[in-house]
Design a protein around this ligand. Structure first.
Ligand code: GDP
Ligand code: MG
Length: 440
């Protein structure tokens, strides 16, 4: 996420209500973030237009936390464009299911054929791979290699089954599957480095000949802006039912995902995340949305806004320090705030981009807070208001009540008194900072 976007959300979160200028500023930063993620300009424009409209509508103005609401809108719209629900592979009512792969050379079709075959096999299917790429000299061998790795048979062109004619090979491959009762046929096809008419025609002819249940357009996530042109050309030339995004293990932010689904209206079904046959997974629109916006950062900001020491609270505490009325109850209240944040640690661990905050949270020990809590809760209200009441016998009683030692109680009281004294001076100048437990 760009620093500027982070800053924009930071500014927003302190606002009660959003003005049109706030929304425009935010939308501008979202636009920048999407362009950084390599989303095509026309898609960015349409997307930000939608977000802007919703952000200015009543749903946001009435929301408790407008900034959070805007983030939610951005996320919802992203997920919607990316296909909303996860789309599953369609199988034919009467086997074999025919899946045809199309895309530029180097997009990752042949690799995907192997991945898909292996995955289908694991799911209990009996796939057959068909080598209809006769363009590259070693294309058939490459498919045979991945077929072997996947433990799946490969139908390759041999004399009598359509040597030299990719359309015939595809057709014969499907016929073979019917004969031998393979329930899924995966047809690998040729690609060129650029879009060309001959390639399109060949792919269209294969499609016509085998009438696939799924035509998967395979596209390299690293091609960014170009992915849109390629997708358009393939949609016109061959048309497809779904998309597979490859090379998502690269450092692409996945902008191509948004561009391709938005322009073609076709869902992404799988994601390829490496060269190995197991580097493959069903596509999750919500995860991709997070990746594109690095939503982890945004969520962190929201959590901070909601959970952290909020400014109003800080001022209240400062006033207490100043007037010498900060008690162990207030101390406990602050501890509990920290504990709430501590419990976020696990959740933060699952989010991208939240590293900085996680480190801070690692620095304190939740058990320490629990112990302090136990001690303070064993005190009477009067003792919490005034630590001077805490003589030896009271301390012993508190230690027993909380399961701690008298030394623990002494340490806590000393720490509190020292902090209160110090803060009294500091508070005249600004925000309170209790050592070891100030605002995070
Ligand atoms: P095709 O021309 O469309 O059949 O593409 P290939 O399957 O031959 O793949 C082209 C290159 O990309 C090969 O070197 C693959 O190993 C590599 N490749 C394919 N998918 C992925 C992927 O998801 N991640 C990475 N890093 N490399 C991939
Ligand atoms: Mg290939």
């Amino acid at each position: 996420l760009s620093d500027r976007l982070t800053q924009t959300f930071k500014n927003l979160r302190t606002k009660g209500k959003l003005t049109p200028a706030d929304v425009d500023g935010t939308v501008r930063e979202i636009r920048r973030a999407l362009l950084d993620a390599d989303v095509a300009l026309e898609v960015v424009k349409e997307f930000t237009g939608k977000v802007r409209e919703r952000a200015l509508s009543d749903e946001v103005n009435k929301a408790l936390n407008p900034a959070q609401q805007v983030v939610q809108i951005v996320n919802e719209e992203l997920v919607a464009i990316l296909g909303g629900q996860q789309r599953k592979l369609e199988f034919a009512k009467k086997p074999p299911t025919v899946i045809m792969l199309a895309g530029l050379q180097g997009a990752g079709k042949t690799t995907l054929a192997g991945k898909l075959a292996k995955w289908l096999k694991k799911e209990g299917h009996t796939p057959l791979l068909v080598a209809s790429d006769l363009q590259r000299p070693n294309a058939v061998t490459q498919l045979q290699v991945v077929g072997e790795q996947a433990g799946v048979p490969v139908f390759a062109p041999e004399p009598g089954n359509g040597v030299g004619d990719p359309v015939k090979v595809a057709k014969n491959g499907v016929a073979e599957a019917e004969r031998k009762q393979y329930d899924v046929v995966i047809v690998d096809t040729a690609g060129r480095l650029g879009i060309d008419a001959e390639l399109m025609k060949q792919a269209a002819n294969i499609r016509k000949a085998v009438d696939p249940d799924e035509v998967l357009f395979v596209v390299d996530a690293l091609t960014g802006q170009d992915a849109v042109n390629t997708a358009r050309a393939f949609q016109e030339g061959v048309d497809f039912t779904g998309v597979v995004l490859t090379k998502l293990d690269g450092d692409s932010r996945g902008g191509a995902a948004l561009s391709v689904t938005s322009i073609t209206g076709r869902p992404i079904i799988f994601a390829s995340v490496g060269e190995g046959l197991d580097d493959f997974e069903p596509f999750h629109p919500d995860r991709m949305a997070s990746r594109i916006l690095d939503l982890g950062d945004i969520l962190t900001l929201i959590e901070q806004a909601q959970q952290a020491f909020d400014e109003e609270e800080a001022l209240k505490v400062a006033e207490k320090f100043r007037t010498d009325s900060f008690t162990l109850d207030d101390f406990l209240g602050q501890m509990q705030q920290l504990k709430k944040m501590g419990s976020l640690k696990g959740m933060l661990g699952m989010l991208p981009g939240a590293r900085g905050m996680r480190e801070q949270l690692d620095n304190f020990d939740e058990r320490e807070i629990t112990r302090t809590e136990a001690i303070i809760q064993s005190m009477t209200p009067a003792e919490r208001q005034n630590t001077k009441l805490l003589n030896g016998s009271r301390r012993l009683r508190i230690a027993k009540g909380s399961g701690m030692t008298v030394t623990d109680v002494n340490q806590l009281v000393a720490r509190f008194e020292q902090a209160a004294k110090m803060m009294k001076t500091v508070a005249k100048g600004g925000v309170p900072q209790v050592p070891g437990m100030g605002p995070i």
